[in-house]
Design a protein around this ligand. Structure first.
Ligand SMILES: Cc1cc2nc3c(=O)[nH]c(=O)nc-3n(C[C@H](O)[C@H](O)[C@H](O)COP(=O)(O)OP(=O)(O)OC[C@H]3O[C@@H](n4cnc5c(N)ncnc54)[C@H](O)[C@@H]3O)c2cc1C
Length: 499
């Protein structure tokens, strides 16, 4: 019999951070992961010489005193991560209609670089960065502060696009600038009608504060956290897909693939809440909770190309590129097949030897699950020849768009790996391969909010669906989850006092 104080389902960032906190606090912890490789979106994979990241391509606010650095100090990550700072004058290049714009690190530098592109918009740009700062300061945990009354946040129901427009006024120069300021909206699967302003602000604030690439892949994050959990007496078990969760007196029984059984007093589910509903024995879930969770919509999925390049043939660029085919950067996340791809995100992965030339290029674009629905009942490696043709044709279409920026790229490719929404679905368990899980809606923010605690005593959520996706969002989410067990003040003090 496998008995633990806490069983954690899934081994993504949120789960591993919870495992770290609780095992360090003396709880016996077991993390159950369905795949052979742990980490979820933290996984990196090797093809030949190249290491490709899957779900963490860059991280923000990692200078001492900044948000992620302050939190990750406690986890030992700030000290040990091998990271490389992106170009301070251009961490994100936004390309719209063939023209390039630079987003810079540091708030004054950010204003200065963009004012170079939009000389008459200096006042608006200052107002813009002040609004980012003001919004973040209203979220105590994002500000690395503990506030007694963080509720009733008035920023929560505001729509990002409406707010940006109201700030910009009617100056036509500012309208193009608004597209530039939203040009990296792949980071939050932006939708004009629903992206909440605070989500926009927290993400942009983090990257403008400072932006970094992981030099040995994002897998180093998972590797460090797993070693620490194990050193504190916890366990991280792979190839253990949770199939069922049932009540067992005052505890839970967790059944996994391979007919194994685990018993624990508490469960933390670091997987998508809609997947959790399918695992819980019906007597544990109220009908209203089930229908609320199941009615929530998810963010769109993605299509990815992971290219190995001929040595010495393609320049290493120390920034990300967000390339938009048309002028409306918000349209791409919902573009149908005829307009696909409306945009792409590209970057050259950092290696220990990053220098003049890149050995690899990673390209991601949005893709709706409907495009691959006809293969939804197939398994990786056996989806059939028509699926392979689909992947090849879409890779070709995407490469044609990429070649507008990098003519002749196709002749430089050595190896090519392709991911689709099915890859994501099967790899993270996220319904329809959704990138960031449940879609937060500005118009109905409370309805799309998942809390760490549930009405089932001892059962908690963590991960990107809880608070917000991305490294800082999931980190703060994990702290909110563990605070349900340890108390927020107690935990925050430990984090703040970490050396
Ligand atoms: C394409 C893409 C690009 C991104 N880029 C960035 C970026 O550059 N920077 C950034 O900060 N964030 C980025 N993100 C977001 C970030 O990666 C995620 O928000 C975060 O990693 C999600 O962590 P999680 O804890 O929710 O778990 P996930 O990573 O979703 O992991 C869930 C784990 O649970 C496992 N699992 C599922 N079901 C079961 C089951 N029944 N039993 C056992 N195990 C199960 C899965 O196999 C998986 O390992 C990106 C995301 C995507 C999809």
């Amino acid at each position: 019999m496998n008995r633990y104080d806490v069983v954690i389902i899934g081994s993504g960032l949120g789960s591993l951070l919870c495992g770290y906190i609780l095992s360090k606090e003396g709880f016996s912890v077991c993390v159950l992961e369905k795949h052979s490789v742990p980490g979820g979106c933290l996984q990196s994979f090797r093809r030949g010489e190249n290491l490709f990241d899957t779900g963490i391509h860059y991280i923000g606010s990692m200078l001492p005193g900044q948000t992620l650095h302050s939190y990750w100090k406690y986890f030992g990550l700030s000290r040990m991560l091998n990271i490389e700072r992106l170009n301070e004058n251009c961490f994100d290049m936004i390309s719209i209609d063939g023209k390039d714009y630079r987003l810079a690190q540091g708030f004054d530098n950010f204003v200065e670089q963009l004012a170079g592109h939009f000389p008459s918009s200096g006042t608006f740009l200052k107002r813009y960065v002040d609004s980012l700062k003001e919004t973040v300061s209203a979220f105590p945990l994002y500000n690395f502060e503990l506030n007694d009354s963080p509720t009733k946040n008035t920023w929560m129901g505001i729509n990002a696009w409406d707010f940006l427009k109201s700030m910009a006024g009617s100056d036509p120069g500012n309208l193009r600038l608004l597209e530039v300021l939203s040009g990296n909206n792949f980071l939050y699967a932006g939708r004009k009608q629903s992206t909440p302003w605070h989500q926009y602000a927290l993400i942009n604030h983090s990257f403008i504060s400072s932006a970094w690439r992981l030099r040995q892949g994002s897998m180093q994050i998972a590797g460090h956290l797993i070693s620490a959990i194990t050193a504190s007496g916890g366990q991280v078990l792979t190839r253990k897909e949770v199939k069922k969760i049932s009540p067992l007196k005052d505890k839970f029984q967790v059944d996994t693939s391979g007919n194994e059984m685990f018993v624990s007093k508490r469960i933390i589910a670091g997987i998508h809440p809609q997947a959790v509903i399918g695992l819980l024995e019906p007597s544990l879930v109220k009908k209203s909770f089930r229908s609320r969770i199941m009615s929530m919509e998810n963010t769109v999925s993605s299509f990815g190309l992971y290219l190995g390049l001929k040595p010495g043939s393609f320049p290493y660029f120390n920034n990300n590129l967000y390339y938009h085919r048309g002028q409306d950067v918000w349209a791409a996340s919902e573009a149908g097949n005829e307009q696909w791809p409306g945009m792409y995100f590209a970057y050259t992965p950092a290696t220990a030897k990053s220098g003049e030339y890149a050995s690899a290029l990673c390209i991601l674009s949005y893709m709706r699950f409907d495009e691959v629905r006809r293969w939804e009942n197939t398994l990786t490696g056996s989806r059939g020849p028509d699926y392979r043709t689909f992947k090849k044709e879409h890779a070709e279409t995407l490469l044609q768009l990429v070649e507008r920026k990098f003519p002749g790229l196709r002749s430089l490719i050595n190896t090519i790996e392709i991911s689709t929404p099915l890859t994501w679905r099967d790899y993270t368990g996220s319904p329809e391969g959704s990138m960031y899980g449940i879609r937060k809606e500005s118009g109905n923010f409370l309805r799309t909010m998942i809390l760490p605690h549930t009405k089932i005593p001892g059962f908690y959520f963590t991960g990107q669906n809880l608070n917000m996706h991305g490294a800082p969002g999931v980190t703060i989410g994990a702290i909110m989850t563990c605070a349900e067990i340890l108390g927020l003040e107690y935990l925050f003090k430990k984090i703040r006092d970490a050396e």
